[in-house]
Write a protein that binds this ligand. Sequence first.
Ligand code: FES
Length: 162
Amino acid sequence: MSTFTFNPENETKFQKYLTRYPNSDSCMLPALWLVQEQENWVSPEAMEYIAQRLNKSPMQVYEVATFYTMFNLKPIGKHHIELCKTLSCMLCGSKEIKEHIKKTIGIEPGQTSEDGLFHLSEVECLGACGGAPMFALDGDYHEKLTIDKVDELINKCKGVEK
Ligand code: FES
């Protein structure tokens, strides 16, 4: 029996998804996304829960959750920085942005800061090449990044006003 359950707000959203996507295969991605919104990651228990709710086998849910890199399969920091490392962003300075983030927060890509506040990932093109260099912070895109802009965003997450 799974220990994960949707909170009341997400249960309401899930019920809407069930009517919007009568085919349970189509409902799996939005359901997993809800899990991630609630927990910040998708645990094996949550996969089992989604399987029960959608009448699927846990393996079917696992296959979907592990296919898409957008799902965090282990706990991550409170704020997730997904820095694009693909060509346009690389040519426009993503390496400098990465070095600055590493220095400022003290973590390498794939790591979570000791205080649990940040997790840094390097990802492939997020489809915002015109705004290079860019990263997604908790799912929101921030484009044409500069060191100052990065500092401002990081400080905002820390609750520090400049
Ligand atoms: S190359 Fe970075 S968003 Fe496309």
